[in-house]
Write a protein that binds this ligand. Structure first.
Ligand code: 7TS
Length: 419
């Protein structure tokens, strides 16, 4: 069979296998405001293939029951599927064991869990939490909250003019006071791919724990937590073809074992008295209450699906579309693209010299083109760059070069329309 994804410009018009992939996504085949939908808001959430929808339906039609507590067949089946999903995730990120995988609602909840549980136990006054200036609010506000509680301080790795991390002074930032370094793998605003292996290694060298926010990378490139050398890593299922409400916290076994519980409730206890309780080992200790069972099963189905598409092919395709869009948007009168040229994740942020990004994004919506306009939860960096907001096109493997060409035509029309 030929390569399912073609990453040379315009090759997709001759790619029957890519068209076949699109047919796996029922939602893509509709018109919006009278035009065929072009869905370029994948950094916010991706669409779901039939295989994932079927897995959800199959679970609810055949196996639905609560997990880990039933002595009946459906409960045992639901438990087996849920724990199979955990093992699938472990394999997907190359964790050493499923016990290193904690299910959460998403990236945001995973970061809050670590900030409150790990940070709450181990941060003390004078400690430093090192972040970067390009963090999503999810990887900033939870650390602010725990810093206020513990007396720890936040410190930031600055950016270069090109939108890369400026690591020239890392030594002076990554001092022995730094207890944790948390950074985004791929910026959801600039598309920058950060040197995760190097950052984790440098953190380890000063005895700091590392936390990789993989929300924008997990569905786009092959993640290997052992090769990255990270202590924690988090991502959201919904940005990689799985349902909303399910996400993952990976924690290296030795670090996870030290972490006290965050939320209390059913499932996470060994034994409870009126005045005290003892807790299970990780990961159960961090999964209080009934989990998102169907979501975990959908996530495993999504991982199987992404594996059949080909994770290297996905990365190459998304990056090729982003690079093509980046170079071509810059050629259209009135537009400026942001962030480094290459390498980049599968997204491009841009601004028009006089049209507000919200007006531009609404104009595009009228043509069936779904972009995101806003601050992309990067307010501090936007403010620093003097931007109120941007428009952003973000791609996935079911997007095509001809869709990018249609976007370019719409952006050129918008320039005329608003002139
Ligand atoms: N970290 C990064 C880098 C993100 O891009 C996002 C979501 C999150 C964390 C939070 O993920 P959640 O699933 O817990 O909400 N980013 C975006 C976006 O770019 N547009 O909408 C959500």
């Amino acid at each position: 069979m030929s390569d399912p994804i073609h990453n040379t410009a315009h090759a997709d018009s001759h790619a029957p296998s890519l068209k076949m992939l699109r047919s796996d996504f029922p939602i893509l085949h509709q018109t919006v405001n009278g035009a065929p939908l072009i869905y370029f808001d994948n950094a916010a959430t991706t669409q779901k293939p039939r295989a994932v929808l079927d897995a959800l339906l199959h679970y609810y039609e055949n196996d639905n029951a609560n997990v880990h507590r039933g002595l009946h067949t459906l409960s045992n089946r639901a438990t087996a599927s849920f724990e199979h999903a955990r093992a699938r995730v472990a394999q997907f990120v190359n964790a050493t064991s499923p016990e290193e995988i904690v299910f959460t609602r998403g990236t945001t909840e995973a970061i809050n869990l670590v900030a409150h549980a790990w940070g709450g136990a181990f941060f003390k006054s004078g400690d430093v939490i090192l972040l970067t200036e390009m963090e999503h609010h999810s990887n900033l506000v939870p650390w602010q909250l725990i810093a206020q509680k513990t007396g720890a301080q936040l410190r930031f790795i600055p950016l270069t003019e090109d939108g890369l991390l400026d690591l020239s002074n890392l030594e002076s930032l990554l001092t022995p006071e730094v207890k944790l370094l948390a950074f985004t793998h791929i910026s959801n605003f600039l598309g920058t791919i950060n040197p995760a292996v190097e950052l984790c290694r440098r953190a380890r060298a000063v005895g700091a724990v590392s936390f990789v926010d993989a929300a924008q990378s997990a569905g786009h490139l092959r993640l290997d937590v052992q090769a990255l050398g990270c202590d924690f890593l988090a991502f959201s299922g919904h940005k990689m073809c799985a349902p909303t409400g399910i996400g993952v916290l990976y924690g290296r076994a030795a670090v996870l074992e030290q972490m006290p519980p965050w939320q209390g409730g059913g499932e996470m206890i060994l034994s409870v008295r009126y005045d005290s309780a003892t807790y299970k080992q990780a990961p159960a200790r961090f999964e209080a209450g009934t989990p998102n069972i169907a979501g975990a099963i959908g996530l495993a189905a999504a991982m199987d699906y992404l594996e059949t598409v080909g994770r290297e092919e996905i990365q190459a395709h998304d990056e090729a579309l982003a690079l093509y869009a980046y170079e071509q948007i810059a050629q259209i009168d009135g537009y400026r693209v942001l962030g480094p040229r290459s390498p980049r994740g599968g997204l491009v942020s841009f601004v028009h010299e006089s049209v507000h990004p919200h007006d531009l994004t609404s104009y595009c919506d009228q043509k069936g083109l779904a972009l995101r306009g806003g601050h992309h939860c990067n307010q501090p960096l936007m403010r620093k760059m003097g931007l109120p907001s941007t428009s952003r096109a973000s791609f996935y493997f079911y997007n095509t070069h001809s869709e990018v060409d249609q976007m370019l035509a719409i952006l050129a029309q918008a320039h005329q329309f608003f002139a």
